[in-house]
Design a protein around this ligand. Structure first.
Ligand code: ADP
Length: 688
């Protein structure tokens, strides 16, 4: 905008006959009207290209391209004019007569360097949006060269070297024109700094910081030094040799300081990066330890060591909140292998810290991380003296959360005095704190689960032993009751009244029932306790044995049983035939009006076999499909169907012992289909 305004002003100056509203300094030429027009157009075109980046209307782009083409046209004609001697008289388009009085001593026609700068600026503006496939921005190159032409001419004016602003005998570039070319080019480069060459300059990287510091210095320092020394020499204050020596010495000092300053910056950035990498590696390692460890006592020493070493600490400690004492107690401590902080470690081990006391107590009270630049100087800390004696200074502590409840804290002490914590470090610790919290929660849940499952296992075994012993020991008295009842009825039957005979027969019946119940209970408890080792079993054999045992029932009911060829599996053979016998037996027993039709089949799935036994019996109400697998659960009276209610419970136990599942699909009057799965095991008993 400034360039456009300056151009317009100069042009107006020419128009009203007072040319140079732009001053001519130290014998500089006056900016020609064509150059003024060119810069005015360039300023406007750049505004169209860059102002209001969001939703730039297409019309503006078109207008910018039009203006840029005009500038290219002006520059190109004049350059061609100089190169090939073609006389287009572009300069004389405006104010040709006014031009004459000034062209005597100070030629004001468009200079070749101004024309070239305009041509480049025009081309740059025309190709402003163009980006090559490799990401290059050609317009930036054009602006760089036009800026260079401007700055070289300006240098020429400052040092009084005419060759830099006047090429040969041709008209010279005005100082205002040179400044306009330079300022405009820099402005155009900054117009869209996020692309191409300027990306580095505005980036937040170390490279960007170095470029922002060094570039202005590289421009200003030699220029100003040169001007000062040249004036000194021209004023006769010192000789030429002295000037050169001073220039060299000052450049040496200034650039050494500048380079040192930047080296320091790079050094600090590298150190920071190194620290960040180490921290990230430590965090990664700590995460690995937490994933691999099963318990907190296993994980804590390793985590303390990882953090302590990554942060170059001397001592690290983990504190746990003791609910009974309502105070923190140190549960784990780490020390640097070469460290010597014995008195502090002793103090840490033997101190209990209530809420608000000591570093852990303060962390507890504030529920957030705490950083102390010098723990030895904190008079209200119980371990301050011990820390000072052990040469420990910086300390920090962060809470370990177990959900929303505080579990404990971790603290670290270093020999260095670090004034303030870095953001990255705090983030890492907060992250670790929550990871540890999750780990503690997980291990506690696992511990509870282990405990519960051990309890369950124990009570299960005890129950089985009880069932086995009880049922086993009940046989003897039961046998006695049955035999004496039989003896009673045999010996005294003729003397006994009818009612007594009936009572005795009821008692015998009860004893028989009890015998059946005890047998089934014993069979149930034996499934686990006395099961055989798994061996390859031909299920065809097991099926045959089962149907042989059911021969009478099959004949009595006229049952038909069909079956698909059954596979060989790794199992307990006796239990397999018991399983088939119970399921087929039930299918026969619970038949409906028609004689039983039973189908036995199977299918191989990815990891197991799925067997089914389908009947056309009375069916089961869906709400009972779970209950029938529980011991002694029956859906009918003994008068309707004989049985103890143990058959399916035994089936379930057998299938589960083999790693499978059993269930039923049925509806009243529609028959039932019992399914059970058996995993496919290899010869070693490993599931495939
Ligand atoms: P029990 O056969 O001694 O009664 P089970 O444990 O074998 O005991 O069966 C439990 C109950 O499940 C049976 O009382 C019966 O009501 C039901 N049931 C089992 N198998 C079938 C079947 N194939 N069809 C219909 N009901 C069945």
């Amino acid at each position: 905008m400034v360039i456009a305004a300056a151009g317009i002003l100069t042009f107006l100056g020419w128009a009203i006959g007072k040319p140079p509203l732009i001053l001519s300094l130290r014998g500089s030429a006056i900016m020609s009207p064509v150059a003024a027009l060119g810069f005015a157009l360039a300023g406007l075109a750049l505004c169209c290209r860059t102002c209001g980046t969001v939703g730039r209307p297409a019309g503006r782009g078109l207008c910018a391209s039009g203006l840029a083409s005009l500038i290219v046209f002006l520059g190109a004609f004049k350059v061609a004019d100089y190169l090939f001697g073609l006389r287009f008289h572009i300069d004389e388009l405006f104010f040709a007569r006014k031009l004459m009085p000034y062209s005597g001593t100070l030629p004001t026609a468009l200079a070749p360097n101004s024309a070239l700068a305009l041509l480049l600026i025009g081309a740059g503006l025309l190709l402003f949006e163009l980006q090559t496939s490799r990401g290059g921005i050609p317009s930036q190159m054009f602006f760089l060269v036009s800026g260079l032409i401007g700055i070289v001419a300006l240098l020429g004016y400052t040092y009084g070297v005419a060759a830099l602003y006047q090429w040969g005998q041709m008209p010279q570039m005005s100082m205002a024109g040179a400044a306009a070319a330079f300022v405009f080019s820099m402005g155009a480069l900054a117009g869209r700094p996020e692309r191409g060459l300027t990306t580095v300059l505005i980036s937040r990287t170390t490279g960007g910081a170095v470029a922002r510091r060094l570039l202005p210095m590289a421009l200003i320092v030699p220029w100003v030094l040169g001007v000062l020394l040249l004036s000194g020499e021209q004023g006769g204050y010192f000789q030429w040799e002295f000037t050169v020596a001073i220039f060299a010495a000052s450049s040496l000092v200034v650039f050494t300081i500048l380079i040192w300053w930047n080296a320091e910056l790079l050094h600090r950035a590298d150190l920071e990066e190194l620290r960040t990498t180490r921290r990230m590696a430590a965090q990664h390692q700590a995460t690995g330890v937490l994933a691999e460890s099963a318990t907190l006592p296993q994980a804590l020493p390793k985590v303390l060591e990882i953090i302590g070493e990554a942060l170059e600490c001397e001592v690290g400690a983990a504190w746990k909140l003791d609910a009974q004492l309502n105070a923190f107690r140190c549960i784990e401590i780490w020390r640097h292998p070469n460290g010597d902080a014995e008195s502090f470690i002793q103090a840490t081990r033997s101190t209990l810290l209530p809420r608000g006391t000591g570093l852990p107590g303060k962390t507890w009270a504030g529920a957030r991380p705490i950083w102390l630049p010098d723990a030895g100087n904190e008079k209200d800390l119980p371990r301050a003296q011990a820390a000072a004696e052990s040469g420990l200074h910086s300390a920090f502590s962060f809470p370990l959360w177990q959900g929303s409840a505080l579990f404990g804290t971790m603290e670290f002490f270093s020999r260095r005095r670090i004034q303030a914590p870095e953001q990255g470090l705090l983030e890492m610790l907060a992250n670790l704190g929550s990871q540890l919290g999750l780990f503690i929660k997980r291990t506690q849940a696992e511990e509870q689960l282990r405990h519960a499952s051990a309890n369950l296992q124990r009570s299960n075994t005890e129950l089985q032993q009880f069932a086995y012993v009880a049922s086993h020991d009940l046989f003897e008295p039961l046998r006695m009751i049955s035999s004496y009842l039989q003896l009673l009825s045999q010996k005294y039957e003729p003397q006994l009244p009818g009612e007594a005979r009936e009572f005795i027969s009821l008692a015998v019946d009860g004893a028989k029932r009890m015998d059946a119940l005890i047998r089934d209970l014993l069979a149930y408890s034996r499934v686990d306790a006395h099961g055989r080792e798994f061996a390859p079993v031909d299920l065809e054999e097991a099926f045959r044995a089962a149907t042989a045992n059911l021969k009478v029932a099959i004949q009595e009911t006229g049952a038909s049983i069909t079956h698909q060829p059954l596979p060989r599996v790794l199992a307990d053979e006796v239990q397999m035939s018991q399983l088939f016998q119970n399921l087929i037996g039930n299918a026969i027993k619970f038949h409906g009006a028609e004689s039983p039709r039973i189908e036995v089949g199977m299918q191989r799935r990815e990891h197991d076999w799925l067997f089914h036994i389908k009947d056309n019996g009375i069916g089961i109400e869906p709400r009972y499909v779970e209950r029938i697998f529980v011991i002694f659960q029956r859906l009918h009276t003994r008068q309707e169907y004989a049985g103890t209610g143990m058959g399916l419970a035994i089936c379930k136990k057998i299938v589960e012992r083999h790693g499978g599942r059993i269930w039923v699909e049925s509806a009243p009057g529609r028959g039932s289909t019992f399914f059970f799965s058996l995993p496919v095991l290899d010869e070693q008993g490993v599931a495939s």
